[in-house]
Design a protein around this ligand. Structure first.
Ligand code: SF4
Ligand code: F3S
Ligand code: FES
Length: 256
């Protein structure tokens, strides 16, 4: 493929407001959208803000929206688009804009902090943890997460509903709770943490109606909905309808 010129519309602005700016940019064989953004910076708009680090799909920082779909700019090949297609770049819609293509994703860090960490089992020293390979394999998939927050951006629960953010941790962090909940060595219960109850009551598991948009945009191909969210919902429901759990919570409530 020889070089050609593509038409781009890039959102420019800040928290006060902004709009789409038109650019015509040279494209060469094998390039990705981030290459084009860098070329716009180099030749036409040196102050265009974009966040990136690795250019290898591993740091999760170049997240933005390409033609309205959340994507990593460094992993989106220009060959995905027709040469005459106008390509629109906008910042992640679910988070406040800082400038141009850069958003403030601190919502996600706050949610990360709100999930209690793994609690090591008592009496087992570092290096002595043992678990079945099957359990290792199950959580391995979730640990591929690069924290790009594309899943958080696309989920309809918060995408256009700022008011849901306080009550909903989003797919990435519900997946983290699921991972900890299925960890055979996690002793959170001994520290008074009920991961299933907190997923429901504090992190909004019930808001998820398994639309699977999160899974569709995940650049790591993690099956967030099928392998984390649905099993967590099932386990949380079992807990709720378990007669012993029900009785226990009644007694606790009465005592309180
Ligand atoms: Fe990104 Fe996938 Fe992790 Fe979500 S689960 S933050 S889409 S890597
Ligand atoms: Fe949202 Fe994913 Fe559930 S997109 S609704 S968290 S399946
Ligand atoms: Fe690191 Fe794109 S620059 S994921």
């Amino acid at each position: 493929m020889s070089g050609y010129e593509a038409a781009f519309r890039v959102w420019r602005g800040d928290v006060e407001g902004g709009g789409l700016a038109d650019f015509r940019v040279e494209v060469n064989e094998g390039e990705v959208v981030l290459d084009i953004v860098h070329r716009i910076q180099a030749t036409q708009a040196p102050d265009l803000a974009v966040r990136w680090n690795c250019k290898a799909g591993k740091c999760g920082s170049c997240s933005a929206e390409v033609n309205g779909r959340p994507r990593l700019l460094c992993m989106t090949r220009m060959s995905t688009f027709a040469r005459d297609e106008v390509i629109t770049l906008t910042p992640l819609r679910a988070f406040p804009v800082v400038r141009d293509l850069v958003t403030d994703v601190s919502f996600n860090y706050a949610k990360a902090r709100s999930v209690p960490a793994f609690v090591p089992p008592e009496g087992v020293g570092a290096g002595e943890y043992r678990m079945a390979q099957e359990d290792v394999n199950r959580s391995q998939e979730f640990r591929k997460c690069i924290e790009c927050f594309l899943c958080q951006d696309v989920c309809h629960v918060v995408r256009d509903h700022e008011e849901n953010k306080a009550a909903f941790a989003g797919p990435r962090f519900l997946m983290r709770i699921a991972e900890l909940d299925m960890h055979p060595l996690d002793a959170a219960a001994s520290a008074g943490v009920d991961r299933k109850a907190s997923a429901q009551d504090e992190h909004g598991l019930g808001y998820c109606n398994i639309t699977k948009c999160c899974t569709e945009v995940c650049p790591e191909g993690i099956r967030i909905t099928d392998n984390a969210l649905i099993p967590l919902k099932e386990r949380a429901a079992d807990r709720k309808y378990d007669p012993l759990v029900w009785l226990g919570s009644k007694i606790r409530r009465r005592n309180a």
